[in-house]
Ligand binder design. Sequence first.
Ligand code: ATP
Length: 234
Amino acid sequence: MLQVNQIDTRYGKIQALWEVCLRIEEGEIVALVGANGAGKTTLLNTVCGVLRPAAGSVEFLGKRIDGLSAHAIVDLGISQVPEGSKLFPDMSVRENLEMGAYPHHAWKEKQQTLKQVFDLFPRLKERERQLARTLSGGERQMLAIGRGLMSKPRLCMFDELSYGLAPLLVAEIFGIIRGLRDQGITILLIEQNVKHSLEIADRAYVLENGHVCLEGDCAELLQSDYVRKAYMGL
Ligand code: ATP
């Protein structure tokens, strides 16, 4: 579904990604893990069209998408749920959700998708008219996920979903992510929480200093001495 080929991405003279390759098959949950500053968000923003790669290419469903604008990439079926929720704080829950439905095909089905999001997160329905800035951390994360779903994505990319959430809530949110995959949405999880993400994903990539240093099936990576020592403190 997604193929990232030998991507270099720079901020001016600073190179943040070096020849990064990554592939996601339809129906998979893939995790991209790594420490602070490893380049995870840079990779996400390069796929989304927020950043342009200096070298390499990105293909989605066989079509080259690097060089397309971010909104054109959303139209093709890629949605991003950004780090720290990044909501519109002075808009209501419902308005935030509607902002996610701007792609033409999604706007037509807005009411139906809204109902699906409210079924998934009944707390959002209860707080439909409340301003986003008045929500708790967990509710904000639910709203960010819901807004991402409103564009009816085929591939949904989540940046640091578990950040700042209590363990019980992390388990609940990751359970919801699995459910989304079962409904046919392909998932890229970008996480510092290595253990949790390897437990839920099928395959994973480990990013260090802008390079992919390890990739493989999550079951194998969970057994890897390197991953256990470097990322799980075991
Ligand atoms: P975090 O989890 O802290 O967000 P990350 O793995 O997502 O980390 P990135 O945010 O992609 O890492 O950062 C990768 C590198 O690029 C870091 O060295 C960072 O300092 C640098 N960087 C990120 N954004 C910019 C920017 N706007 N200008 C210059 N350098 C940047």
